[in-house]
Design a protein around this ligand. Structure first.
Ligand code: HPA
Length: 278
């Protein structure tokens, strides 16, 4: 049996054989945001199932592939679909892809997701720059022996969401006429949506957005020294904020509507990234 680091290395070696040039950024597309992959020049899709050890999602609304290509003239890899803790994957499986990008020394990690809006000032369709998170998953992907080659035992998360990338994202938003809000993202495990009481609690704790992803990958990305810029799209008011109940279909439908501006923003941000600033 291969160890976890060996599996990461095997996946990376397999990818490098097919894609010799290291991407400048890894972009992860959340639920309903798949269309960015269609904007890539010279796209080269690779289904997750072909990559050794790569975990394959079961969540509806998630494609399951990497697409290598160019966006705004920069080499990127777009990950369509991710695996979630609620699917029964381990924290290591959830963060496998981030490990591979980190081991490849990809400088920038750009996760996107759909979220519920907790802050009263947020509306469905708003795009939010995540500037901090609260981990309510009850676990941490770094639990277990630390591998010094990957990163420190006790990584700092003070600037986990890179301040310079936040400025660039805000600049890109202004240039593209996109209103970009800012907020703190709280991760619950799901798969049930939260209760109204949990959302009131999360608001008191300082959370503006709620979701079921991203936090483990960001922790691992920081462990490996990647610079992170996370963007969220508000798919619904969080539980209990309207009389409505929540459905996954509603999340997918809303993301479909907002995906165009989020994708323009990601493209605008990528345009501002330079290899030598990494
Ligand atoms: N809660 C958790 N995850 C979500 C939500 C929500 O309201 N909306 C989209 N993802």
């Amino acid at each position: 049996m291969e160890s976890y680091p060996e599996k990461v290395e095997a996946a990376l070696a397999w990818l490098k054989e097919r894609v010799p040039d290291r991407p400048l950024a890894a972009i992860v597309l959340g639920s309903g945001l798949g269309s960015l992959a269609e904007r890539l020049e010279d796209p080269m899709p690779i289904p997750f199932g072909e990559i050794p050890h790569w975990p394959v999602s079961t969540a509806p609304g998630h494609a399951a592939r990497l697409v290598f290509g160019r966006l705004a003239g920069r080499r990127v890899v777009v990950q369509q679909g991710r695996v979630h803790y609620y699917e029964g994957f381990s924290m290591r499986e959830v963060t496998f892809s981030a490990r591979v990008y980190g081991a490849w020394k990809i400088p920038y990690y750009i996760p996107t997701n759909a979220s519920g809006g907790i802050h009263h000032g947020l509306r469905t369709g708003d795009i939010v720059l995540v500037h901090d998170h609260i981990n309510l998953l009850g676990t941490n992907p770094l639990i277990g022996p630390n591998r010094e080659e990957w990163g420190p035992r006790f990584p700092d998360l003070v600037s986990a969401y890179d301040p310079e990338l936040q400025l660039l994202a805000e600049e890109a938003a202004r240039e593209n006429g996109i209103l970009l809000k800012r907020g703190t993202y709280v991760a619950f495990t799901g798969p049930s949506f939260e209760t109204p009481a949990e959302i009131r609690m999360a608001r008191i704790l300082g959370a503006d957005l709620v979701g079921m992803s991203t936090v483990p990958e960001v922790i691992v990305a920081r462990h490996m020294g990647m610079r992170v810029c996370a963007l969220s799209c508000v798919a619904n008011p969080a539980a209990g904020m309207t009389g409505q109940s929540l459905t996954h279909q509603e999340v997918l439908d809303e993301m479909e509507k907002s995906s165009a501006s989020l994708l323009r923003l990601v493209e605008g941000l990528i345009r501002k990234l330079e290899e030598d600033r990494a």
